[in-house]
Every structure is written in structure tokens, then in C-alpha cells.
Design a binder for this molecule. Structure first.
Ligand code: EPZ
Length: 430
């Protein structure tokens, strides 16, 4: 398995182009199943999770064409054309779903368009149990009959297809909101989703569905009203820039005391992070091409609590913790979305961080300097937090198991090296 070697202590300076959002791209790819016409998506990031979703769609029979490989850095701004005119299988097999939970996003579209679907239950995950009960309950509210058989969700629409319904989420769920919104776009009548997720990726999916002929109101609010259509048509849609990649590089700049312009970044998607970091003496200054991250004083400890959008994102919690490890003073970081998202803590501790976990909160006492060490993590954001720590640490850090990073960060080391980071990928000879 490849590793990443980082020699810390370099101040990042320069600019980083932000890629298309992984978590917007995954549901958008699944949306191709809603129509027999071609869906064209641009700004597709080149990531392992995107390949997994493409493989899943291909085994359903979707015809996929990838263009535009010739961007400035190889794969930047790729365009994909997806045609689900001939679907050959309504089953999402365990082997693909277990690789990536977002595979469950094919359930709503397949059920809505074809009246049935069989999708493997994703199973456990490094950051918590992550059930899919809300996806199932929402589809049941629309009239679907759902059984769990042999580890699979086996779903059937009622005769005449799914029916619009009102569904109140007992807990905010990004994936379930996406699945139900896609299903509702082809259901009979109106669906109202109450306490829906408001993440920018939901808005991006809604805009694409509207371009495909859907009628959706309430984008950006927690109440979505979807009027179902008999059929949807092809469309062209540009995937929004990745706010989590943006926040990660903002914190990478901050942890080195550097100054980096994030090109194409959308400040409006990161308001909670901007406000929190302002308290830590890190400013996000809007520019014509995105925004610039710059220090306004010594890095200070501040508290952060993860919440559904527009709150502080759980997908930036590990990176924020790495940053707080070298701040002046203490910081309380509270995780409210996932039960087990502190796996980076013992690894950061191996680099000299002072962190005490009490339930869902971690108390971080800033130290003047971390020290490099061999480390590894079991999920994407935890892994990248170790990269950030390595950038600030004295000496050499080797991050193992970096296939996690390749799931969600496009050309990570290339982007950081261009800003002065001293790092390299060590290919595994075996
Ligand atoms: C999305 O996951 C993201 N993934 C995650 O990104 C992100 O951490 C998460 O939203 C929260 O923002 C994609 O968009 C592909 P949820 P999702 O349903 O949709 C519970 C990353 O690093 N829940 O909003 O799976 C669940 O257990 C990642 O890129 C139920 O109880 O998250 C969690 O505690 C990983 N029942 C909470 O809700 C359900 O049916 C929020 O989960 C569904 C969820």
C-alpha cells in the first residue's frame, strides 16, 4: 500500500484549485438512473469513490463516457456522459456497496423508475454504525414495500408506482434526503420532506433534477416540496466545488502559518468554518477567484461543534482538531453527527498532541510543536488530518494506508507541493 512521506515545517504559500465535490458528484451520478436520456456532468473529480460509483452504474447497464481528460493537470474538470436507456440489472451487489456506502443512493432512483430494486445493506463503517433506516422509512411512506432479505434491501413500488407523501425526518440525513428527493421526482403527486438536510450538495442535486424536468421548491431550506413527473429528460450540469476539500486546504495553510488562495472555492458554503477560524486568528478573505486564507495573529484555540449544515461540518472535524493541536490555548471539539469519529486522536497523540476525549467531546491543549511519526488512519478525513499535522510537525511523518486519501482528495500531494510542502508518495513495491 502506498504511503505519504512529509517533512514538516514548510510554510504553505501560493494557490490551490478546488476540484468538483465528491459528495455532490456521487448522488448526481446516481441521478442518471432517473431517465433514459443522457445526463452530462462536468467538473467531475478524479477519485476512487467516483470510480466505485461508475462501476456500480456500469453493472446496472449504464453507458458511461468520460471526456475532457486533458485539463491543466491531467484529469481536472472531467466531463462524464451517462445514459441509463438500457438497464440490465436492478441489483446493487454487496461487493460494490461494501466498498462505498453512497452506493445506497441508487435505491431511490431504481425503485422510482423501474418499480423495484435490490440493494445490499452497506454494513458497518469506521466512523459509526451508520444505518439506512431513514432511506427505507421514507420510501415506505411513498408506498414502497421493503423487506430485508439475505443482507439486501428488497424494495417494490405499489402498482402504479411510488406515491408522493409527506415525510418528517426524525434526524437530519444527507443521503436519505438525496435518495427521497430523487425518488419523489418520479413519484405520483407531491412529496414534502420536512427536516430535510440543507447541505449545498442537496441544492446541487436539486438544481440538476430541475434541469432534468423535476419541480422542486424550498432549495436551501429544511422543507423540500417535490412535484413528481411522469418522466425526466437528459440535462447538463456542472458539479459544485468541494467545500470539504476547500476547508481542508484552508486548515493546511493555517497550520503552517501560511497564505493560500483557494481558486474556485465558495465562501458561502463555509460560513461556520470562516466564523470559527476568525476566532482562531485565521481570516478567509474573498478574492475574485475564490478566497485567500491568511493569519491575522498567533493561532488561538477555539471551540467547534459539528452540526448539520449550516453548522460546522463533521467532515472538517478531524482537520480542525489537527489545527487546534498547535494553537495557543485550549479547544473543545464536539462531534454530534457520528459516534466514532475520533480515530485520529491516538494518532495525533503519537505526534505529541495533548488531547483528552470525554464522550463526544475532545479537549485539545495546544502544544508549541508536533513531532513527526509514522501514523495511519481508518477513514478519509482522519487520514488527511494526519497529513495536516505532518505539515506542521518537526521532522518526518509517514502516513500509511493513503488509499483513504485517494477516495476523496484529487492530486493531494501535487496541490500541496505546489504551495511549498515537502512531501512525496512512496509506492509500495509489493
Ligand atoms: C454524508 O453521509 C456524507 N457522504 C458524509 O461524508 C458526511 O460525513 C455526512 O453526510 C454528514 O454530513 C456523502 O455525501 C456521500 P447522513 P451520509 O445520512 O449521507 C444517521 C466524507 O468523509 N443516519 O447525513 O451517509 C447517521 O448514522 C463523508 O466525505 C441514521 O441514523 O450521512 C449519522 O449519524 C463520510 N439513519 C447521521 O444520521 C439513516 O438512515 C447523519 O448521516 C441515515 C443516517
Amino acid at each position: 500500500m502506498d504511503k505519504l512521506r512529509i517533512r514538516g515545517g514548510r510554510t504553505l504559500k501560493g494557490e490551490i484549485a478546488i476540484s468538483g465535490a465528491k459528495n455532490a458528484a456521487l448522488p448526481l451520478l446516481a441521478a442518471c438512473l432517473l431517465t433514459d436520456e443522457t445526463l452530462t456532468l462536468s467538473n467531475l473529480p478524479h477519485l476512487a469513490d467516483i470510480t466505485t460509483m461508475a462501476n456500480l452504474l456500469a453493472q446496472h447497464g449504464v453507458d458511461i463516457h468520460l471526456n475532457g481528460q486533458g485539463g491543466a493537470h491531467g484529469c481536472q474538470g472531467r466531463v462524464v456522459e451517462l445514459n441509463a436507456g438500457t438497464i440490465t440489472s436492478l441489483e446493487a451487489p454487496y461487493d460494490l456497496v461494501r466498498k462505498m456506502r453512497a452506493s445506497v443512493l441508487v435505491l431511490g432512483p431504481l425503485l422510482a423508475r423501474f418499480g423495484q430494486a435490490k440493494v445490499s445493506l452497506p454494513g458497518g463503517c469506521a466512523i459509526g454504525p451508520r444505518p439506512v433506516d431513514l432511506h427505507i422509512k421514507g420510501l415506505q411512506a411513498m408506498g414502497a414495500e421493503i423487506e430485508i432479505e439475505g443482507g439486501y434491501v428488497v424494495a417494490k413500488a405499489p402498482p402504479g408506482g411510488l406515491r408522493g407523501a409527506e415525510f418528517v425526518f426524525p434526524q437530519v440525513s444527507v443521503g436519505a434526503t438525496e435518495n427521497l428527493m430523487m425518488a419523489a421526482a418520479l413519484a405520483k403527486g407531491e412529496t414534502v420532506l420536512v427536516n430535510a438536510a440543507r447541505e449545498p450538495e442537496i441544492g446541487d442535486l436539486a438544481h440538476c433534477l430541475i434541469a432534468m424536468g423535476a419541480e422542486i421548491e424550498g432549495i436551501g431550506s429544511d422543507k423540500l416540496r417535490i412535484r413528481g413527473k411522469e418522466r425526466l429528460h437528459g440535462a447538463t450540469h456542472a458539479i459544485l466545488p468541494d467545500r470539504i476539500e476547500t476547508g481542508t486546504y484552508a486548515m493546511a495553510a493555517a497550520i503552517t502559518g501560511g497564505e493560500v488562495e483557494l481558486i474556485g472555492a465558495r465562501l458561502q458554503d463555509l460560513q461556520a468554518v470562516a466564523i470559527t477560524l476568525a476566532g482562531a486568528n485565521v481570516a478567509f478573505v474573498p478574492t475574485e477567484r475564490g478566497f485567500r486564507v491568511q493569519p491575522t495573529g498567533p493561532l488561538l484555540g477555539v471551540d467547534a461543534m459539528t452540526e448539520p449544515f449550516p453548522g460546522f461540518p463533521t467532515d472538517l472535524q478531524a482537520q480542525m482538531m489537527a489545527l487546534m493541536c498547535v494553537a495557543n490555548g485550549a479547544s473543545m471539539i464536539t462531534e454530534t453527527i457520528f459516534e466514532n469519529r475520533f480515530m485520529h486522536v491516538p494518532e495525533l497523540a503519537r505526534m505529541g498532541a495533548k488531547i483528552t476525549v470525554h464522550g463526544s467531546s475532545a479537549l485539545v491543549r495546544g502544544v508549541p510543536k508536533l513531532t513527526g511519526a509514522p501514523v495511519m488512519a481508518t477513514d478519509l478525513r482522519a487520514s488527511v488530518s494526519l497529513v495536516l499535522a505532518g505539515l506542521a510537525a518537526g521532522g518526518e511523518t509517514v502516513v500509511n494506508r493513503i488509499y483513504h486519501l485517494d477516495r476523496g482528495y484529487e492530486r493531494l500531494e501535487e496541490k500541496l507541493i505546489a504551495c511549498g510542502a515537502d512531501m512525496e508518495r512512496l509506492k509500495d513495491a509489493t
